[in-house]
Every structure is written in C-alpha cells, then in structure tokens.
Design a protein around this ligand. Structure first.
Ligand code: ATP
Length: 514
C-alpha cells in the first residue's frame, strides 16, 4: 500500500475508534485544531506518563513544574519571540491561499529528489541483479542533471534563509522555479512577508487598562523564569533539570498532516542547567538518553535518526533533532538544543533582577548553561500510531486491522468477554474486572461474536483479551488471547494479574532505560 494511503487510513482509523476528532466538527472544524477522544486521551496520558516518569523518577536531580500559559509579555520580548518568531509567508492572488515560502521551496527540492529516485527505481527494475546503483547515480545523465538543479536550488535557498531571511530573494526563487499554487495552478504570487506565529489576546477589562499578552508558543520560558525559585526551594545543585508538560500555541501558516502540525498542541520539555563549559558533554549525554527513551518502545532502530543542525540559532552552540519515520518520511519529533546561557541572560537583562546561581562548593556565582530536550506530545502520538497501525493478512484469507501499540501505552490493557450473555458468565466476567480494575484499565464486552469482539480490541490495540466460558464456572480458568500472536492459552483467573500487570505497566518501559 502506498504510504499516502496508509496515512489516510490512519487518520480515519483515529476518528472511527475514538482516538482523534477534528475540533468543532459539527461547525465544520477549526483549522489544525484537534480533540482527543476516549481512546486518544488514554494513549496520550500514557505517553506523558512515560516521559514524566523517565525524567522525574529516574533522575534524582530533575523535578517538575506546571507554569501558567499566560506570562508577562516582556518574557517574549526577552526570549526573542516578539521580534523573531516568524515564518515567511506568501499568498496566491487567484486562490487566495496562503503558503510558507520556505515550505514551497523545500517541496520543490523534494520534487527533484523524487525525480532522481524514480530514475533509480526504473533502472533497478530494468537491470535487475546486475544493477550498480552507486555507478548509476554518478554517471546517468538524467540523474546528474536533476542533481545539479537540486543542489543549485538548495544552495540558493540556504543563502536566502541565512541572509535574514532575504524575502525578495525567496520570492524570486519561487518565480524562477516556476512553482505554482496547487489550488489555482497559477504563479500569481504576492510579495513575501514575515508573519509572527504567536497568538495574542488582551488581559484586563478596560480598553486603556488592558495589556496585550501572548499565548505561550513554547513551555520552556515558564521554566527559565522559575529556575531560581525551584533551585532555592528545592535546594537543587547544578547540574539539575526542570521538566514540564503543557499546552503551546502557534499560529502556523500552513497546518498540514493531521496532528503533525497543529495550532494548539502540547509539549514535554526539560531544561537541564549545567556549569558553563560542560554543556557539550551534557548535550551528548542527553542526545543518547533521549534516543534510548524512544527506542525502548520497540518499533525498531531503523525508525529513528538524528538530524544534526548545520545552521544553529544565534543562541545555540549545538542542536539536533530526533527524527521518526512517519508515513510521509523522516520527520522531527524531538529537538535537543544546547541553548548556552542565552535565555537566562536575557531574562536577567530584561527583568533587571539578578538570577545567577550561587555555587556553594566554589563560592562563585554564574549564569548556568542550558541543555533543552523538547518533544511534542501530539507528534509523539502520531509516530506511535503510525508505527503501530497494521493490516495483517490472516491464514483464513481475512484481513485484520491491528494497532500493535507498546502494551504499556495501550489505552485498554485487558478486555473481558463472556462467551454468551447468560448462564452467569457476564457476572463472572464482571467479577474478574472488579478484581483487576485497580491495577490496569479493563473493558467489558459482551456484544457480537467472539471473533468480532477480538477485532474491535485489535483495532484499539488492547494487548490481552480473556474469554469467560461455561468451563470457567467450574475450574476458574479463562482463555487468554495475545493481540500480536493471536495465541490463546488457558490460565487460572488468579494468575491474570501477575501475567498481565507487569507487561502493561509504564514501569516495564522505564526498566529498559536503566
Ligand atoms: P518544526 O520545524 O516542525 O516547526 P520546531 O523546530 O519549530 O518544529 P521546536 O520549537 O523545536 O519545533 O518544538 C519542539 C517540538 O514541539 C517539536 O519537535 C515538535 O515535536 C513539537 N511541535 C512544534 N511545533 C508543533 C506544532 N505546530 N504542532 C505539533 N507539534 C509541534
């Protein structure tokens, strides 16, 4: 199946089974805003719990906070967001659609890449076993021509972005490359303008007494402005970290790809405060720690790669993304940045307060350097769903849709099903749930055939199902069915907790990180 189709199916699966709904759907939705349904909220909470516990339980020197979304507007002046948190936008006069100029150009670069890959695929088919791909890529005239055009465009684009960006040059590139609007098909483009991504609102009731404030575009600043409160009240010593999970808002110009790019989303950020000069060592360590966290989910190492940034933001001295193989290619899920002392120094400057750390061991004061790990909950959710969604051909010729979610993240851990709706079987099933519901999330299901009920649970990723039959009333044993292998075994009810609890707990994942 083409990856595009897989993605479409995933989006409709998310809706059909109560994972993700478009926001305000009965009013035709609201662009790039989504609601999580009854299954989605459980999966999302499990992802957050996995992250939170990996930070604050496994590290004695990391604590959490929950800062407000509204903050003093000067914070965003100090952080640089008021002046520089911009995307270059361009409008098509015919379709009235708005695009990110940089994205239009990046898509054009990707088109050259696609053409090259098509040539290679064609040749591979034609030459079969004898195909020497490396030689073909370096000698085939068509490939070389496309490669040359691609590289020239890439260079021109990088130069334009590095020069400010140079907005008129970005527009010129779009014209020279003859990029058309996908809706109108025309090249009737406006000038390129900078567009600030922060949402703003007014605080206060009177027109003159009100203050323009912003909805935070990242959770990090709430950590920076509280770092000394936490350090002092928690008696923290550098190096230490502060973790936070919370909503962030960005008025993205082009919001695409479902929950990959949203206007309201959630971040899990941890800022780690270190002694100046030690930051690159810590950066390296956090890069490894975070990749290990991702890989512990078991989707396969080939699903991840680092993307080290060549061009660094002015405040960073190292940066990398952890990319995940989504149905639409490798995409950033998490950013790890060595942010130097930029943010703390800016807040010191703009607030006029001394927010230096006093080191009791060396008796000196300094502004700590910061390593940031920043991951989007929703992007993580999308990566987990896309790697788990599978359509399997069964031996009997049928196809089953199964979400092979890591058991610790699955919304429901166990479904309990009476074989029939009578003869005391429902009561027995309820009894099992009543004894297990304190340990993990169970669901009762008595409707339809057992086969249909298994399919329903497969579709929401429930790792275990138990069936209660007439024999159960005599021997207190049930049939336990495994989602992935579909194998069934007869087990005593009394052993269900010990078989299942461990495997479906977040602890099972955390132990892999040690
Ligand atoms: P991108 O380049 O994709 O816009 P970014 O580099 O601006 O992302 P950061 O500011 O580093 O992203 O934010 C950290 C993380 O927050 C990202 O890795 C991503 O997982 C998440 N994130 C950022 N913007 C969005 C968004 N609009 N919707 C959903 N998640 C987002």
């Amino acid at each position: 199946m083409a990856q595009e189709d897989v993605f479409k199916k995933l989006v409709s699966h998310c809706k059909e089974y109560g994972f993700v709904f478009p926001s305000s759907e009965i009013y035709d939705g609201l662009g790039a805003v989504y609601d999580y349904g009854q299954m989605g909220v459980e999966l999302k909470n499990n992802i957050k719990q996995y992250w939170w516990q990996s930070m604050v339980l496994l590290h004695e020197n990391i604590v959490g906070i929950d800062s407000a979304i509204f903050m003093h507007p000067t914070i965003w002046k100090a952080s640089g967001h008021v002046d520089a948190f911009n995307d270059p936008l361009i409008d098509n006069r015919d379709s009235k659609k708005r695009y990110r100029a940089d994205v239009l150009i990046e898509d054009q670069i990707a088109k050259y890449d696609e053409k090259i890959e098509k040539e290679v695929a064609k040749a591979r088919k034609r030459f079969g076993e004898a195909f020497d791909e490396a030689q073909f890529r370096t000698t085939n005239a068509r490939v070389l021509e496309q490669q040359q055009k691609r590289d020239a465009l890439h260079q021109r684009y990088s130069d334009a972005m590095n020069a400010g960006p140079d907005l008129s040059e970005l527009r010129q590139i779009i014209l020279d490359e003859e990029i058309v609007c996908p809706i109108s098909g025309t090249r009737n483009w406006t000038e390129v303008r900078q567009f600030n991504l922060m949402f703003s609102t007014e605080m206060g009731s009177t027109a003159d007494g009100s203050m323009k404030i912003y909805l935070r575009p990242e959770t990090a600043q709430g950590i920076f402005v509280n770092y000394l409160n936490v350090q002092k009240t928690g008696r923290m010593k550098v190096p230490f970290g502060i973790a936070q999970i919370g909503k962030a808002f960005r008025n993205e110009i082009v919001a695409r790809q479902f929950i990959f790019r949203m206007r309201e989303f959630e971040q899990m950020e941890m800022q780690f405060f270190v002694k100046p000069g030690t930051e690159l060592e810590w950066f390296k360590q956090w890069k490894e720690t975070r990749l290990k966290w991702h890989k512990a989910l078991g989707f396969g190492d080939d699903h991840y790669r680092y993307h080290d940034h060549e061009k660094l933001a002015h405040y960073a001295n190292a940066a990398t993304d952890i990319e995940f193989l989504m149905p639409f290619g490798f995409k950033e899920v998490e950013g790890i940045h060595s942010r130097t002392n930029f943010d703390l120094s800016q807040h010191e400057k703009f607030s006029g307060k001394n927010i230096k750390y006093f080191d009791p061991e060396t008796n000196e004061s300094y502004t700590p350097y910061v390593i940031e790990t920043s991951i989007g909950v929703d992007r993580m959710f999308l990566s987990v769903m896309s790697a788990s969604y599978q359509e399997e051909k069964l031996e009997n010729g049928e196809t089953r849709v199964v979400l092979k979610l890591p058991a610790a993240l699955a919304p429901v851990k166990l479904a309990v099903m009476p074989l029939v709706k009578k003869d005391g079987l429902p009561e027995k099933a309820r009894e099992i749930i009543d004894s297990l519901k304190f340990h993990f999330h169970c669901q009762y299901d008595e409707k339809d055939s057992i086969g249909k009920r298994y399919r329903r649970q497969d579709a929401i990723g429930t790792p275990y199902c138990v069936t209660v039959d007439h024999q159960t009333l005599e021997d207190n044993c049930v049939t336990l069915r495994n989602r992935d292998t579909m194998e069934q075994e007869r087990v005593p009810i009394s052993s269900l907790d010990s078989i299942i609890a461990d495997r479906v707990s977040i602890t099972s994942l955390l132990k892999k990180l040690q």
